[in-house]
Design a protein around this ligand. Structure first.
Ligand SMILES: Nc1ncnc2c1ncn2[C@@H]1O[C@H](COP(=O)(O)OP(=O)(O)O)[C@@H](O)[C@H]1O
Ligand SMILES: [Mg+2]
Length: 253
C-alpha cells in the first residue's frame, strides 16, 4: 500500500456562490492520526467529504489509497438491526458465515458489549451506540477511518471514556485516522497532528505535531501546551496557568 494514503492538493470547494474550502493542501501518512479543529460552519465536514470521496472538489486534486470508513456524530446505526447485525454491515466482504460470526464476537468483545449482541440501538445508551459505530467502522480491514465529531452527542464523562476507548481500539487495530472535532482536549489527547482551520472559507491556519507517548494523560505537559497553542490559534482568550490546572476545554461550539 501507498505510504501516503490521503493527499489533497489545493482543494477548493464552492457551493454555488459560497466558498467553503480554499486551496487546502494536506498529506496524511499511513497510520497517522490527524485531528481537524476549526470554527463551527468553517468547512470541516466538507473537508471530510472530500477525503471520503462522498463529495468532489470544485478544483484541486485528491489521492486516496485504500478503503474508507466514516463514523458520524450520532444515529448512524440502523434502528431495525441489532448490535450484531449493525456490525455485520462492516463485514460484508467476509462471505463465510461462521468466520463472520467469529469476527462479530471479537468486535463485540473489543468494545466490551458482550451480552448486548441482540439488543437494538434504542436499548443502548448513547455511549454504547457510539462504541457500536466504532466497531462497525473498524470491522474488516479498511485502511482509513474518518470521524465527524463522533462523541459530541454524549455527556462529558462518556466522551472521556470513549476517547480512551478509541485510543485502545486503534492500538489493537491500527488505522489512518482523520478526526473532526470541536473538542480541543480530544484533539490534543488523541492526535499525532492537529490541523487548525480558519473561518470559512477554510484554509489551514496552523499545524501542530504532538509526540507525547500513548496512552496520553490530559495533564501531560505536551498535551497541555498543545491545548494552549490551539486555543491561541483559534483566537480564544484563556489563561495558560489555568489551562494547566483545569483541563476542560470545549471550544468554538
Ligand atoms: N451541500 C451543500 N450545499 C450548500 N452549502 C453547503 C453544503 N454543505 C455545506 N454547505 C455550507 O458549507 C459551509 C460549511 O459546512 P460544513 O462543512 O458542514 O461546516 P462544519 O462541519 O465545519 O461545521 C456551511 O456554510 C454550509 O452551509
Ligand atoms: Mg460538521
Amino acid at each position: 500500500m501507498s505510504i501516503k494514503p490521503l493527499r489533497l492538493e489545493k482543494v477548493s470547494r464552492w457551493f454555488d456562490a459560497v466558498e467553503v474550502l480554499r486551496e487546502v493542501s494536506l498529506t496524511i501518512t499511513r497510520g497517522e492520526f490527524v485531528a481537524v479543529v476549526g470554527p463551527s460552519g468553517c468547512g470541516k465536514t466538507t473537508l471530510l467529504n472530500m477525503l471520503s470521496g462522498f463529495d468532489l472538489p470544485t478544483s484541486g486534486s485528491i489521492e486516496r489509497a485504500g478503503e474508507v470508513r466514516m463514523v458520524y456524530q450520532q444515529d448512524g446505526l440502523f434502528p431495525w438491526l441489532t448490535v450484531a447485525q449493525n456490525i455485520a454491515l462492516g463485514l460484508r466482504q467476509v462471505k463465510n458465515a461462521s468466520e463472520q460470526t467469529q469476527q462479530i464476537n471479537e468486535l463485540v468483545e473489543l468494545i466490551r458489549l458482550d451480552g448486548f449482541e441482540n439488543h437494538y440501538p434504542h436499548q443502548l445508551s448513547g455511549g454504547m451506540r457510539q462504541r457500536v459505530e466504532m466497531a462497525r467502522a473498524l470491522a474488516g480491514d479498511s485502511d482509513i477511518l474518518l470521524l465527524d465529531e463522533p462523541f459530541s452527542a454524549v455527556d462529558y464523562l462518556t466522551r472521556l471514556r470513549l476517547r480512551q476507548e478509541l485510543a485502545r481500539l486503534l492500538d489493537e487495530r491500527p488505522r489512518t485516522v482523520v478526526l473532526v472535532t470541536h473538542d480541543i482536549e480530544e484533539a490534543a489527547q488523541l492526535a499525532d497532528r492537529v490541523i487548525v482551520l480558519s473561518e470559512r472559507p477554510a484554509r489551514i491556519r496552523y499545524e501542530l505535531s504532538i509526540s507525547a507517548p500513548r496512552p496520553r494523560d490530559l495533564t501531560h505537559p505536551e498535551v497541555v501546551s498543545a491545548i494552549h497553542r490551539i486555543l491561541t490559534e483559534l483566537g480564544i482568550e484563556h489563561d495558560y496557568e489555568k489551562t494547566a490546572g483545569d483541563n476542560h476545554f470545549v471550544a468554538v461550539e
